[in-house]
Design a protein around this ligand. Structure first.
Ligand code: GAF
Length: 375
């Protein structure tokens, strides 16, 4: 498509979406997450132009937009171009001179389903633009730049998980990330375990509404603990004892949000240890606990996602199920014995549709590699 539209052979880059196995709303609290890159991805094809323009084309939206490379927009406009333009703005802010280029985008990460379509778009675009200007950054640095696109350009107050796994994922592995220093451990996913992603079809968004509210509530609890004993700039540094001591001074909702975040860090590290030992029953148990905490204490779930998890728990082959991603809709992640995955997916879809009248999309996936150039 790029060649036909722009009459130039593109360099092509791919960046995957992600599913988070465990560790929700812990990344911006400098805690732990354990995501996996998935088979859905965004592709970005790029070629230079000599007319000083940045021309962006989205195959998904069937839309082309043109900008002046010498003076690209510096503010978001709630349009899909915000993501590639945000990448341009952040890279320009880093001192890179951005030349004219044509960029074609195509992706199959389902939009608004909590599988990080926007992170995939940012990372694919960043790799493409960086290759054009002959710059290469280590994966963690690339992830941080793309997180800044969300925080500083798009205006979404997210953490680093999604961009990090898209840039650094490894095939057949989950990645335990310490969001404080960006160190990570890779834990192999056994070949007899499938990732079944079940889309509730309830739209998820982090840009407005509940995501920033939850973040504020949990940070308010952190500030109270920090006010008492210091050394707790983030909930990562707080303990359950802290919560018991000073929880009475917190708004009840803040207390519950903090309880989720503090216990989620413990569960996430425990789940990684279990995965490294091949103890899948323990991984599944931690995921089950994580869902309860996400739903009841963090109030980050919704009726449909709770139902999807409940139905999964009735089916043979399930290892663990929970709502994944930013919350309030989107997808559940189910670890399922591979030999049963197809039957599990069909039956889950059938039961969910029968109860809700909503036809869910259910995907049997595997852990894919991180962003790369397609030769
Ligand atoms: C969204 C955000 F983008 C992540 O940074 C993370 O906070 C997640 O929600 C919740 O764990 O995906």
């Amino acid at each position: 498509m790029h060649l036909a539209r722009f009459h130039a052979e593109p360099s092509i880059f791919a960046a995957p979406g992600r599913v988070n196995l465990i560790g929700e709303h812990t990344d911006y609290a400098e805690g732990f997450v354990m995501p996996v890159a998935i088979d859905f991805a965004t592709l970005a094809g790029i070629s230079p132009r000599s007319d000083g323009k940045i021309v962006l084309y989205s195959e998904n939206y069937a839309q082309e937009r043109s900008f002046d490379a010498a003076a690209p927009p510096t503010a978001a406009s709630k349009h899909w171009t915000d993501y590639p333009l945000g990448v341009v703005a952040i890279l320009a802010g880093e001192g890179h001179k951005i030349p004219g280029f044509s960029l074609s985008l195509w992706g199959d990460v389902p939009l608004g389903s909590g599988l990080s379509s926007s992170a995939a778009l940012e990372v694919a675009t960043a790799l493409a633009v960086l290759s054009l200007i002959g710059v290469s950054y280590p994966g963690p640095v690339l992830a941080r730049l793309c997180q800044r696109v969300e925080n500083e350009f798009v205006g979404a107050n997210c953490g680093i998980m999604d961009q990090f796994i898209s840039a650094n994922g490894k095939e057949n592995h989950a990645l335990l990330l310490d969001c404080r220093d960006l160190s990570f451990r890779l834990a192999p996913i056994p070949a007899n375990v499938a990732l079944v992603i079940a889309n509730t079809m309830v739209k998820h968004s982090i840009a407005g509404g509940d995501y920033p509210t939850r973040r504020r509530e949990s940070e308010a609890a952190c500030a109270i603990i920090n006010g008492h004993r210091g050394g707790v700039p983030f909930l990562r540094d707080a303990t359950l004892e802290d919560l018991e001591k000073w929880g009475g001074e917190m708004e009840p909702k803040s207390y519950l949000r903090a309880k989720h975040v503090i216990t989620e860090d413990l569960r996430t590290v425990a789940a990684c240890e279990a995965l490294l030992k091949g103890d899948m029953a323990e991984v599944g148990r931690q995921m089950g606990e994580a869902h309860k905490s996400y739903s009841q204490d963090f109030e980050g779930s919704c009726v449909e996602a709770d139902l999807m998890v409940e139905l999964a728990n009735e089916l043979p082959g399930l290892i663990g199920a929970r709502l994944t991603g930013g919350g309030f809709g989107g997808c559940t992640i189910n670890l399922v014995e591979a030999s049963q995955a197809k039957a599990f997916a069909e039956e889950l879809g059938r039961r969910y549709a029968a109860k809700t009248g909503i036809e869910p999309q259910i995907h049997v996936c595997h852990a894919s590699g991180g962003a790369h150039r397609i030769e």
